[in-house]
Write a protein that binds this ligand. Structure first.
Ligand code: SF4
Length: 339
C-alpha cells in the first residue's frame, strides 16, 4: 500500500477531489499527521467515516522501526532505522543553540566510494523514497518529543544521485501545513554531481547547498573522492557560482581535516586561492576515525593552523565541533556494526 507520507499537500488534494472528498480534507489530514503527530486514522476526529475508510484502504501510515538508538553525552541521538524490506539507514538528531536538526540519509548504501567514508563501504542497494525520508523525521520527532527545525541531507547516500525523490521530499517537509521546515533551514550536501547542481539551482528553492570538497586540487581530490574523475573542481566551482546567481544562497564547502593528507599550510593556501572572491564559507570538520581506514584526524594544532591560515587569507571559515563523539559512530558505522 502507498504511504501517505509520499504525498505533497497539492497531490493529496487532487487525490481527494478525484474521490469525491473536499480539498480541505487534505489539509485536515496533513494537520493530524504533521502538526498533531496522530498516526491513526480512527483518531482523526473531524473527518468523516467515509474518508477514514478511504484512507485506511489506500494509504499506509507505517513508520520504520528503530533498531538502535544511542545517546551521546552532548545529547546527540543516533538512530538506525529499518524499513519493511529490512533495509537499514541512519539518522542523527543534534541539538544546537538555534534549534534541533536532523541529518537524514537519502540512499541505502552509497556508490560514490569516498575513501574516508564508512557509508561508502556498502554499495548502494536502492534509493530512499520520499516517504521513507519523511517518516524518519516524523519518527525521531515523536521519539524525542521535540520539534525538528532544521534538516541536513548529509547522511548515507549522495542526494543528487536520488534527485527526484529528494526534491519531492523537500517539498513535503517544507509545506507550511505539514512539518513546516523552512527552506533556509534545509541543507543538502553533495559530493559534486554537477549537472544536478544546475537543475537544483533552476528550481530556485533556495535551500543551502554544501559541497563535500575535502581537497583543493584535482590530484588529491581524485584520490579521496572518485567522483572527482567525472566532475572536476573547476566544474563544481562554475556550478556553485550559478547556484549562487540563481538563489542568492552562500555556498558551504565541507573540508574534512585528515592528518598529513590535506591539512598542511600549502593546502590551506591552495584552498584560499580556489575560493577567494566566491560567496562561500568553509566548514572544517574533524575526522571520526573509521576502523577500516588508515586516515587519522588532524591534531588540534594543525586544525587551528589550517583555520588561521584561511582566516588570514580572508576566507570565511568555521571549525566544527565533533558532535556525538563519545558514541563514536561516524556516519555509516551503526549500519556496519549491525551488518
Ligand atoms: S561521503 Fe557521502 S557521497 Fe561519499 S561515500 Fe560517503 S555517503 Fe557517499
Amino acid at each position: 500500500m502507498d504511504s501517505i507520507f509520499n504525498y505533497t499537500l497539492e497531490e493529496l488534494e487532487i487525490k481527494f477531489t478525484q474521490n469525491n472528498f473536499k480539498k480541505f480534507n487534505a489539509h485536515q489530514v496533513y494537520d493530524w499527521i504533521y502538526k498533531k503527530e496522530t498516526l491513526d486514522y480512527n483518531l482523526m476526529s473531524n473527518i468523516s467515516k467515509d474518508l477514514k475508510q478511504y484512507l485506511k484502504d489506500n494509504y499506509s501510515l507505517s513508520l520504520p522501526k528503530i533498531i538502535i538508538k544511542e545517546i551521546s553525552k552532548d545529547s546527540t541521538v543516533k538512530y538506525l532505522f529499518e524499513f519493511n524490506d529490512n533495509s537499514k539507514v541512519e539518522g542523527v538528531l543534534m541539538h544546537h543553540p538555534y534549534g534541533t536538526s536532523f541529518c537524514v540519509s537519502s540512499q541505502v548504501g552509497c556508490n560514490m566510494g569516498c575513501t574516508f567514508c564508512a557509508s561508502g563501504l556498502k554499495k548502494k542497494t536502492r534509493d530512499l523514497e520520499p516517504y521513507e525520508m519523511v517518516s524518519m523525521i516524523l519518527l525521531s520527532s515523536i521519539d524525542s518529543a521535540e520539534r525538528i527545525s532544521h534538516i541536513v541531507i548529509m547522511g548515507t547516500g549522495e542526494p543528487l544521485d536520488n534527485y527526484d525523490n529528494v526534491v519531492k521530499f523537500i517539498k513535503i517537509i517544507n509545506s507550511p501545513k505539514g512539518l513546516e521546515i523552512g527552506i533556509r533551514h534545509i541543507t543538502l550536501s553533495t559530493s559534486g554531481i554537477v549537472p544536478n547542481i544546475y537543475k537544483l539551482a533552476d528550481l530556485n528553492f533556495g535551500i543551502n547547498l554544501a559541497i563535500s570538497l575535502h581537497a583543493p586540487t584535482n590530484e588529491l581530490r581524485s584520490k579521496l573522492m572518485p567522483i572527482n574523475k567525472a566532475y572536476r573542481i573547476s566544474d563544481i566551482i562554475e556550478a556553485v557560482k550559478y547556484y549562487f546567481e540563481k538563489t542568492g544562497r552562500r555556498i558551504t564547502f565541507e573540508y574534512l581535516l585528515l592528518e598529513g593528507v590535506n591539512d598542511s599550510r600549502l593546502y590551506a593556501d591552495k584552498l584560499a586561492d580556489l575560493l577567494s572572491g566566491l560567496n562561500s564559507y568553509v566548514n572544517l570538520i574533524p575526522y571520526n576515525h573509521v576502523e577500516e581506514f588508515s586516515y587519522k584526524a588532524s591534531t588540534s594544532k594543525s586544525s587551528l593552523d589550517f583555520y588561521d591560515q584561511l582566516k588570514k587569507r580572508g576566507i570565511n571559515v568555521t571549525l566544527r565541533h565533533k558532535m556525538g563523539d563519545d558514541i563514536d559512530a561516524a556516519c555509516g558505522q551503526l549500519r556496519s556494526k549491525v551488518n
